[in-house]
Design a protein around this ligand. Structure first.
Ligand SMILES: [Zn+2]
Ligand SMILES: [Zn+2]
Length: 394
């Protein structure tokens, strides 16, 4: 005797008797039909054989007062149409096992058939519902939401790291109803998903897919008297400002993840993560190249030609002095070690100093005379000789 049969088959109809037929009426109907469709009287007639089996099966149940009572109860519970097994039966449409429901009271026939429905056990499901009884919570812990936020740092904050206030809004359990969605804190179990928050839909191939329940939006609960604040959703927008430590060395448009700083978890679930997209303001003097800082330093022609010591500013520290070798060309880059951006391990990158040879606009008479003297001294030198040579050669 299978569960599916219990739910699907109408044995009264098979025997052609009313639901309130007496035992005698059932016996009489069975005998008449059994004679009519008996295989001996219908040799080779498959339809008759099938019908005879149905009749026998119906009589097995309805002819036994105990089994008939169980059958009536099962159909009263599930036979109303809300609980159909899909075509092909053995389905994942639901995993109830009526055998469990009727437990030991059912005859030996229950065992085999119940297997087709796999898993579950109505006892479990009902047990789950009753246990939940109005506590207004789903058992399953839920991880908090991941939150994304943005912050703009000054150049130096990005290089050295900073603690910045971050205002965030997130979905949190509604305070007014403690997240139940119900004004009085007494939501009822969603009748559609029976509190699981999920509905299975059969695919017809013996598989089933699980979707969040539409009626309760996956919460498993429905407000009887919806909370005014959250309109029954149980969730509310909450704003909070928290101090967030941005590590040293972040660069513009970098997305950093702060584990566990996102939305709060529910029912013991872990908090989500906070992602912060960092924007870094430009600096009027310094630039960034990975761990290194860059700076362009103007030098006089004489400093470049004759060599000398050049003072270079650093970010947030005292200036450093660079030795410029004689004959330094315009655009040469030199390195001041350890004066760059802070790395993850706390060490620093370098400061890359690019030399820019400047030309004086206003010259004193003395300086002009000196330069005229220099021009005379270098009269034999053509600075474009190489250029023309190269242009001809090509
Ligand atoms: Zn539901
Ligand atoms: Zn609420």
């Amino acid at each position: 005797m299978s569960t599916k049969d219990f739910v699907e088959k109408d044995y009264y109809k098979v025997l052609g008797v009313p639901k309130d037929a007496t035992d005698a009426e059932i016996k009489k109907a069975y005998r008449k039909l059994a004679r009519e469709f008996h295989p001996d009287a219908n040799k080779g007639d498959d339809k008759a054989e099938e019908r005879f089996k149905e009749i026998s099966e119906a009589n097995d149940i309805l002819g036994d007062s105990k089994k008939r009572k169980e059958y009536d109860e099962a159909r009263a519970l599930f036979g109303s149409g809300g609980f159909r097994a899909g075509p092909g039966g053995a389905g994942g449409n639901f995993n109830f096992d009526l055998g469990d429901l009727f437990g030991g009271t059912q005859g030996g026939g229950a065992g085999g058939g119940a297997g087709g429905f796999g898993g579950g056990g109505l006892g479990d499901v009902f047990g789950g519902l009753f246990n939940r009884g109005g506590t207004g919570t789903r058992v399953q812990p839920r991880r908090g939401q991941d939150i994304e936020s943005e912050v703009t740092l000054s150049f130096i904050e990005a290089v050295e790291g900073a603690t910045v206030p971050l205002r965030m809004s997130s979905q949190a359990p509604c305070k007014a109803c403690s997240g139940t969605g119900d004004k009085n804190g007494t939501p009822r179990v969603c009748p559609t998903c029976l509190g699981t928050g999920q509905v299975s839909r059969g695919t017809g191939g013996g598989f089933s897919l699980t979707d969040p329940c539409v009626d309760c939006k996956g919460r498993g609960l429905i407000a009887q008297d919806p909370c005014d604040v959250c309109k029954g959703s149980g969730r509310a927008k909450s704003s909070r400002t928290m101090q967030v430590r941005i590590p040293a060395g972040v660069s513009d448009n970098q997305r950093i993840r702060l584990r566990g700083k996102g939305g709060p978890g529910e029912r013991g679930g872990p908090a989500g993560d906070l992602y912060v997209v960092v924007h870094v303001d430009a600096h009027p003097v310094f630039g960034r190249r990975d761990d290194n800082l860059t700076v362009t330093v103007p030098v006089d022609f004489t400093e470049a030609a004759l060599g000398g010591e050049v003072k270079v500013p650093t970010l947030g520290g005292p200036p450093v002095t660079l030795k410029l070798p004689a004959g330094t060309p315009n655009g040469r880059t030199m390195r001041a070690r350890g004066k760059g951006a802070v790395r993850k391990d706390g060490t620093r990158g370098d400061l890359l100093v690019t030399v820019e040879v400047t030309v004086p606009k206003d010259l004193s008479t003395e300086a002009k005379d000196a330069l005229e003297a220099y021009r005379k001294a270098t009269a034999g030198h053509d600075p474009r000789a190489e250029l023309f040579q190269a242009a001809k050669g090509a």
